[in-house]
Design a protein around this ligand. Structure first.
Ligand code: TRP
Ligand code: ZN
Length: 884
């Protein structure tokens, strides 16, 4: 047991800072076995805070060398110092605090603060990492102008970067050199960054709408210089898009991106110096898949967009994290939709939301978009803050319409430029600019849990009316047993036999134009909408474009679902109808499996799949999504609500439905596979990406179907000219092939790509995902492999994360060995990298969902909580998931 349990901090306890820092001068002296950090902070007492409070600065893992106020050295009697805080009781109202400390970047395996990634120095300060660099008011509402010098060996570290504009780079005569950077925009410490390394850059320029020239640079290792074009293009597209769609220009003369291999997250929006996980920048057709190309584009855009939504206007405190993250995800999602296929992008978002965020919202770590408390803020970079937060902004967009939303964002940026603000400030700007009352809507920020929207329709042929009753409820979540009704925008249409019917409500102004699409706003527990002059019994197409992040329930018949799949105008609803139909046949298969009966898949479902394959006029990308069955994790979530998930039955049922598709449609799958063959040079565009997606899905069904398909996969594996096709073929071989075949292909792949760490990670992950119980031994066998390294988060996520999140059959193995494997890695990572340890622990926290295995999972969590030296990160996750 730990002696001092980390405590929670609460939003309701927020106090403005007692001091401000106006200017921050930092001098770094980097060496192989230590770094010296000198800080001169220009501090001013906040006149609004009375009571003569002492100065309290955060600092961790710092070795104090000297401390002075206005050049007068302090003696140990003048201050109190512990492992988290430096307190000075007597300070003037305005003064300079000068400190010098020694830190150990070379031993920093937590990848927070200043650390070494291979041969380069880099930083990660969000959320509270700056306090591992020097003593500071490490909170986002303290914003300073930074002046930074970096000194290092000139041969090992020819490139020295920090935020803002470069002022000088000077040789010091002793083999070392020093760079000086100045960032004129006041910023919180979490946006500070520094990089020193032997890097090369790809350079370009961008002229802003008002004619200012910005120089753009992407810094990478020399061997990766040929993999920067896509990120650079994405950056320029993002810069232009933010000008066009939000009227936002870039504001410095230079914009730098640096790729680093060891990074806890995707990327970081430090002012003028974005630092990226190399997996989120580097791209080339030979080593990168289509979906990774899209991910790079989205993340480059996300970090760039933060320059306004996050940096120019930042967060007052970390409870407001979704203010910048939710809004910025909404912005990058709209950008990606504009750059590619909006429907396919929306389907991917909803899949992600259902698989990840809905599960989070239904589990022990559920929290509102604006949390009320936390122990460790690093644990709150969650799907709820990011993805649900983006859905909340999207609903505001839906309720206001594009024009009024833009007026709202203009007002928000103008009103709060240079400030640290709250989610409330964002909503108020939207209200003030639009005149729309969002009072009740604010519940989306404070209430956790996924609302259930249950709809019922009744057609009255005599009155020619369709009555649509909408009901909402929201399940209890930790600390929130009872919920109030929310504002739920429900976009819909009514599908008739010859297309969408006109939508007339009894309450409409008779002079207004009749539409076939509209948005109803549900803000009561239950409301009935009566549509008039409805000439036939319609099928309601509900929640078009997924207009709200809710679980929709409607008792569709199989005929209804087929009609929606085939004829509905909204692509999202067509896809969702296919998903619901698939859920239905999988549930039937599971019931048969559990009862020991033969599995028989409803013929109407198989026919609908056949029609999708046969129609060359359909968008291949959408067909592929419609023919991809819901994932096992999502199926487990749904089953959990109905009394407990049986992992093996879910897997068997899903496989049986896939096999039925494969055998019923082997000819159509073959024909589709041939039809989509292309000799065009590779491009990661929407058309090619969609075609490859469907073609490789056909290949996978064919490989599942038997030896002919496996032979096709083997050929494609040999002959592929891009990573998308090669990896897809390898996966089909590994998942469906006999051992000898698939092992040879896996070995070949490793020999071919050993020198490309990003490809090796895909190789690790693919093996972790093979859905058979003895994958556990395979994963164990890979742990000592030279390709694996517990210090590198990408490798941990690929092998351990892949196994625990993406392979239920092996992870939930009956003997509990999957749980013990994960617990063992969490134990090691708790000491090395607590952020990562807490993150990979997540699959175990869902123990309540699993019928027969839950107790075994819980026992492993209990064991972990007895570990000595638990980090606050892991402690918080354990405490919440064990529920005390
Ligand atoms: N602000 C970053 C983003 O979403 C998130 C991030 C990057 C982060 N690195 C981190 C958060 C490390 C916590 C810890 O763009
Ligand atoms: Zn972000």
């Amino acid at each position: 047991m730990r002696d001092a349990q980390p405590g929670a901090i609460y939003l309701r306890d927020y106090q403005p800072p007692a001091f401000f820092i106006e200017r921050t001068e930092l001098a770094f002296d980097l060496h192989e076995d230590h770094a010296l950090v000198s800080a001169c902070l220009h501090i001013r007492r906040n006149p609004a805070v009375t009571g003569g409070k002492p100065l309290e600065l955060q600092g961790q893992q710092l070795e104090l060398l000297s401390l002075a106020i206005d050049d007068r050295a302090l003696s140990p009697d003048d201050y109190e110092l512990d492992d988290a805080c430096l307190r000075i009781r007597q300070v003037p109202d305005t003064f300079r605090l000068q400190s010098q400390c020694r830190i150990q970047p070379q031993n920093n395996t937590a990848l927070e603060g200043l650390y070494k990634s291979r041969n380069m120095f880099c930083t990660q300060c969000e959320a509270e990492g700056f306090r591992k660099i020097t003593w500071y008011l490490d909170r986002p509402d303290v914003m300073a102008v930074f002046d930074v010098t970096v000194e290092a060996d000139a041969t090992r570290y020819p490139v020295l970067l920090s935020n803002g504009n470069p002022l000088s780079l000077r040789a010091l005569g002793n083999g070392r050199h020093r760079a000086h950077w100045h960032d004129p925009f006041p910023k919180p410490a979490y946006l500070f960054a520094l990089v020193a390394g032997d890097l090369r850059s790809v350079d370009d320029r961008f002229v802003t709408a008002s004619g200012r020239e910005v120089s753009l640079h992407i810094y990478v290792e020399e061997k990766d210089l040929d993999k920067c074009d896509h990120a650079l293009l994405s950056l320029k597209e993002s810069m232009r898009w933010d000008e066009t769609v939000y009227g936002r220009e870039y504001d410095l003369d230079i914009f730098n991106i640096v790729a680093v291999d060891d990074f806890n997250m995707g990327a970081m929006e430090n002012k003028g110096l974005n630092i990226f996980n190399s997996s989120c920048v580097l791209c080339s057709p030979e080593v990168t898949t289509d979906s990774e190309f899209q991910r790079v584009q989205a993340i480059v855009a996300h970090e760039y967009f933060h320059n306004w939504s996050g940096n120019r206007v930042t967060c007052r405190d970390w409870f407001q994290l979704s203010l910048k993250e939710g809004f910025t995800v909404f912005r990058d999602a709209t950008f990606s939709a504009d750059m590619g296929s909006p429907t396919v992008k929306r389907v991917a978002e909803v899949n992600d939301l259902r698989n990840t965020q809905f599960a989070e919202d239904a589990g022990p770590l559920a929290h509102p978009v604006r949390p009320e408390s936390f122990i460790e803020i690093s644990n709150f970079y969650t799907a709820t803050i990011y993805e649900k937060g983006a859905e909340v902004v999207r609903m505001i967009h839906t309720l206001l319409g594009a024009q009024r939303f833009r007026a709202g964002s203009d007002l928000y940026f103008q009103r709060h430029d240079g400030q640290a603000v709250t989610c409330e400030d964002f909503v108020r700007a939207m209200e003030d600019a639009s005149g729309v009352d969002l009072q009740q809507f604010r519940l989306w920020y404070s209430q956790a849990g996924t609302p259930v929207l249950s709809a019922a329709g009744a057609y009255d042929p005599v009155a020619q009316q369709f009555h649509l009753t909408l009901r909402q409820s929201c399940p209890p979540t930790p600390g929130q047993p009872v919920k109030l009704p929310m504002v739920i925008p429900v976009a819909l249409g009514l599908l008739g036999s010859a297309g969408n019917l006109p939508l007339r409500l009894a309450t409409d102004d008779p002079a207004s134009a009749v539409q076939t699409h509209r948005v109803l706003v549900l803000n009561q527990p239950e409301q009935t909408f009566v549509f008039e002059q409805v000439s036939e019994a319609p099928v309601p197409a509900l929640l078009r474009g997924f207009s709200a992040p809710v679980r929709l329930e409607y008792a569709y018949s199989s005929d209804d679902l087929r009609a929606l799949m085939k004829r509905e105008a909204d692509g999202f609803v067509r896809w969702d109808a296919a998903q619901q139909y698939a859920l239905r046949v999988i549930a039937q298969a599971q019931a048969a499996y559990t009862a020991g009966d033969a599995i028989d898949v409803e013929s109407g479902y198989l026919e609908a799949c056949g029609q999708l394959l046969h129609d060359p006029a359909l968008d291949p990308a959408l067909v592929a999504e419609m023919m991809t069955l819901p994932g096992e994790t999502y199926l487990a979530d749904l089953a959990a609500e109905a009394g407990g998930a049986d992992v093996d039955a879910i897997h068997a049922a899903r496989q049986a439905v896939r096999l039925a598709i494969a055998t019923t449609h082997s000819e159509a799958l073959q024909a589709c596979y041939q039809r989509l063959q292309s000799t065009a040079p590779y491009a990661p565009d929407a058309a090619q990406t969609g075609a490859r997606r469907l073609r490789n899905l056909c290949l996978d069904y064919l490989a599942l179907g038997g030896p002919g398909g496996l032979a096709l996969a083997a050929t494609q594996f040999r002959e592929a000219t891009n990573m998308t096709d090669r990896l897809a073929a390898l996966q089909s071989l590994a998942f469906h092939g006999r051992d000898d075949h698939s092992d040879a292909a896996l070995q070949q792949f490793y020999r071919d790509w050993e020198h490309e760490p990003l490809v090796v990670n895909k190789w690790l992950q693919l093996q972790a995902l093979v859905p058979v119980p003895d994958t556990l031994e395979r994963v164990q066998g890979l742990l000592p492999h030279p390709a694996f390294d517990l210090h590198n988060p990408n490798k941990v996520r690929a092998l351990i994360g892949g196994f625990a999140n993406g392979n239920p059959v092996a992870f939930h193995r009956a003997d509990g060995a999957g749980y013990r494997l994960l617990a063992d890695k969490v134990t090691q990572l708790n000491a090395l990298n607590p952020q990562l340890a807490a993150r990979i622990l997540e699959p175990l926290t869902r123990w309540r969902k699993y019928r027969s295995r839950g107790e075994q999972m819980r026992a492993v969590l209990v064991e972990l909580s007895a570990l000595p030296g638990l980090s606050p990160d892991v402690f918080e996750v354990l405490q919440k998931s064990l529920g005390d």
